[in-house]
Write a protein that binds this ligand. Structure first.
Ligand code: ZN
Length: 73
């Protein structure tokens, strides 16, 4: 029988700093929906750029936050 997992001492959620809420490639007119933390710093991308670079981002980034489900337009 497996003992229940103790969740009291687990690590706190990591707070991820993002560079901004607009796409780093498209400019300040385009809202960001994909946030990436790389070894050299944070990046933000719109849904289009995030999808375009998705595979590379997931291979190279420390963390990826996908908010593309919030895109309504
Ligand atoms: Zn973009």
């Amino acid at each position: 029988m497996t003992a229940p997992v103790d969740v009291v001492d687990r690590h706190r959620p990591t707070v991820i700093e993002v560079s901004g809420d607009t796409c780093d490639r498209c400019g300040p007119a385009v809202a960001a929906f994909v946030y990436v933390v790389t070894r050299t710093g944070p990046l933000s991308y719109c849904g289009h750029c995030g999808t375009r670079f998705w595979v590379a981002l997931n291979e190279q980034a420390v963390a990826v936050i996908d908010c593309r489900h919030l895109i309504t337009a």
